[in-house]
Design a protein around this ligand. Sequence first.
Ligand code: GLU
Length: 470
Amino acid sequence: MIRTRIAPSPTGEDLHIGNVYTALINYVFAKKNQGKFIIRIEDTDRTRLVPGSKERILASLKWLGINYDEGPDVGGPFAPYEQSKRLDLYKKYAQELVDKGAAYYCFCTPEILEQMRKDQQAKKELPHYDQRCKKLSKAQIKDKLEKKEKYVIRLAVPSEGTTTFNDLIRGEISFENKLIDDQVLLKSDGYPTYHLGVVVDDHLMEISHVIRAEEWISSTPKHVLLYKAFGWTLPVFAHGPILRNPDRSKLSKRKNPVWASWYREEGFLPEAILNYLALMGWSLPAQAGMPDGREIFTIKEMMKSFRLEDIKPVGPAFDLTKLLWMNGEYIRKTQNSKLKGQIYEFFNKRYSKEEIEKTLPLVKDRMKKLSEWESLTDFFRKAPTSYEIPVNKDHLKNVLTVLEKKDWSHEILEQTSRKVAEELKVKAGDLFMSIRIALTGKKATPPLFETMLVLEKEESLARLKRAVSL
Ligand code: GLU
């Protein structure tokens, strides 16, 4: 059984867009193979916890439509799915490693560690734990424990040899053991570090494939050593690309919005975000009757042909402009009836469905984000207070007198206006522009007569009158 997971830490505002990418490939891979996709919250770094982060992470996944089979709020056979609720387990497993001689107690105080770091710096050595507590005798340890001295538990990393693992995306990766620090596994506050927590939980939760971003590669040899020390079977490891800014640096808050909620609040559609992210390290192969390299596809289509080994280790830069373009394409692809509901919800029901329904067809082509519906249609709600260019009042007076007596239909409006232009001996386009400015204040608007129909007769005439009288 294929079982994948993401294990976000609730230390940021929300789900990071990089984690959305990782979630997507874990989800697609699991579902393609009739497997399960799991969410585990890794909340063991108590100093960096952000209140509400966990709830926002789960809400964002739901909004994106990345459905998980097991997780903190849905439970599952390996509950709880929050590490802070599993502390006894980590203690037990850390102790098991101590008993096996694969880990040891370390009583060094922060002051001792600081001095160690300074001494190593002076000797131009890389900072590392010098293993002094590894040499403590059983009696010394017993004595310190009895005196209630604070301790951590460290992994006893072999000082020679290499640790090697196979990465499904990158091939074989090796690290020299002498460069791996004796990693803290259990902290003095009783919480595990990431390394112990992730290995214990991935094992207990029967995760078959650990799929995560490349920034975790250097942690993997520590994990491999832990699996070996416990005598557990390794999962398959696959490290995908991290998302990068156009200058190739890691996607950062300074250069790009990174939180899923930002995209939601801006009016991006989940389908467009997922489609765009899918392209970050993968492309759609040719399918029956369809060319390959198509950029717009559904997640269902992605699932059909997705293989982890096809992910490229380095992805293209994350380009917000391209995502925006794609979002516009998705808006145009969405049926008006559905889009109407999305806009209604987006603006928290502030505008009536009727109003959205009437105006949407007129502005849909120009919308790149849901949020833009409001500004593109604001002139329907508010008469203009200024005009982008001056109007010809005489011409408008003529139009007004004629239109006052007419029924309000597209055909009548068009015929009448054209006739007035003929009589005035002006170009129809020029007259239409004056009418458009009088009604909306703007040069670029939806088609004129459609706009007049939505505004209706009374309001259109009132606006024309106002333009004439100013
Ligand atoms: N807690 C880690 C994170 O914040 C999990 C990394 C992993 O997938 O192993 O992303």
